[in-house]
Design a protein around this ligand. Structure first.
Ligand code: HEC
Length: 144
């Protein structure tokens, strides 16, 4: 029972409903020891880091080449407790994968910056439907 209560508190702090983006360092240290992120949370953080890398490449004038196949796990990764893969989630997953694939197309008539921002836009749109906490962080990925 204590474990369940703990999980709920932690999910409120760090999961989707969180508006508090950053905790003080000491707090997060204690919490991370106990917090078990879902497969989907891990994937999301991976996608965040990868897109940050792509953004830096684009800003450095490079064209990202390979679509990261790991992203396809969005269709299967296990979600945190209390969350289900509903139809909205499924359609946003497909939209997102298609938008992200566009980023890796060579010589497209649409600029790489727009295609990248469009993919990040789909991250944000899906998050607006059920998981608003990380949105301020995701917005930082956008190329201005
Ligand atoms: C299809 C809907 C959808 C798309 C698209 C999506 N997300 Fe998420 N995201 C979620 C859901 C749902 C969770 C909560 C996962 C859980 O708790 O199991 C989440 C969680 C997160 C988290 C918090 C992870 C944590 O530490 O708990 C971050 C950060 C995140 N997403 C970033 C992104 C980024 C960046 C993209 C685009 C590259 C993206 N998301 C695309 C639905 C989506």
């Amino acid at each position: 029972m204590r474990h369940i209560i703990c999980t709920i508190i932690l999910m409120t702090l760090f999961g989707c409903n969180s508006n508090k983006e950053e905790q003080t360092k000491d707090d997060s240290k204690i919490v991370y020891d106990m917090y078990e992120p879902s497969e989907m949370s891990l994937l999301m953080n991976e996608m965040y880091d990868y897109n940050l890398k792509i953004k830096e490449e684009i800003l450095a004038g490079e064209i990202p080449k390979e679509f990261p196949l790991d992203f396809l796990k969005i269709h299967t990764a296990e979600l945190s407790e209390f969350k289900s893969r509903n139809e909205t989630f499924k359609s946003f997953s497909t939209l997102f994968i298609n938008a992200e694939r566009e980023v890796f197309k060579p010589n497209d008539s649409i600029s790489i910056e727009s295609r990248f921002n469009n993919a990040v836009g789909v991250c944000i749109s899906c998050h607006q439907t059920e998981c608003t906490g990380p949105i301020p962080r995701i917005k930082k990925l956008l190329i201005q």
